[in-house]
Design a protein around this ligand. Structure first.
Ligand code: AMP
Ligand code: MG
Length: 219
């Protein structure tokens, strides 16, 4: 397979959207790191992400959507808190864990009945997702175990021949992964520190527990 580099043009947006609709893999820029995107509802397309990255299949993927109005399509029982957080921090480096809707296949969530949801702060990527009309699963565009890529050139070095295209949106502004908060438990819980500081979440939510795995990692 030849990996096409797509510059930021309206033609590229249309082509990337078409490739995604056809179940192909396209690396997309976000504010955190580049992601390898595939139609998250298409189990066969998602399976190709795991192969391209060499990622263990029980490692769940995050769904990327262009705005909070898509939450109800892919999640069940969306709490008011999710919309409040989206209003405050989306688009941005915040992933929310919510109960998944039936249309999200288990291959995407690593077998879990919950799903991570995020709206990336990159206008071109949001335009591509909106044009495709499908949510995209988009883990970092690197071979598992290697550093996450923050430029299209790095993506190409690592993934050349394993994905159909990479949209060159320039270097990523944040450069670290999204912060993940689990909204399915009480109290709400931080699962991964990232681009959005915990203090900012606490300022909006009050109490937020920190997962044991995170505390151990910080220590
Ligand atoms: P990334 O590799 O940055 O795409 O983020 C994927 C990570 O998000 C996974 O390795 C998990 O740690 C976390 N994650 C994704 N979905 C879920 C979920 N449904 N429940 C808990 N953690 C999740
Ligand atoms: Mg990664």
């Amino acid at each position: 397979m030849k990996t096409q580099v797509l510059p930021i043009t309206p033609e590229s947006v249309a082509l990337a959207a078409k490739l995604l609709q056809q179940g192909e893999l396209v690396a997309l820029p976000t504010e955190t790191v580049y992601g390898i995107a595939a139609d998250a509802r298409n189990g066969a397309a998602v399976a190709k992400i795991f192969v391209a990255k060499g990622r263990p299949q029980d490692n769940p993927l995050i769904l990327h959507i262009p705005d909070a109005s898509w939450l109800a399509r892919y999640c069940k029982d969306v709490p008011e808190t999710a919309y409040r957080l989206a209003g405050r921090f989306w688009p941005g480096p915040l992933t929310m864990i919510l109960p998944k809707a039936d249309c999200v296949p288990l291959v995407t969530t690593g077998g879990l009945d919950t799903v991570g949801m995020r709206c990336p702060d990159h206008a071109v990527t949001r335009a591509i997702i909106a044009a495709a009309g499908v949510p995209v699963a988009a883990p970092s565009a690197n071979t598992s175990g290697r550093p996450s890529c923050t430029t299209a050139a790095h993506v190409r070095e690592d993934m050349d021949g394993r994905i159909d295209g990479v949209v060159d949106g320039g270097p990523c502004r944040v450069g670290v992964e999204s912060t993940i908060i689990d909204l399915t438990c009480t109290p709400l819980r931080l699962l991964r520190p990232g681009g959005l500081p915990l203090e900012e979440l606490r300022a909006v939510l009050g109490e937020v527990a920190v997962d044991k795995a995170v505390t151990q990692q910080m220590a």
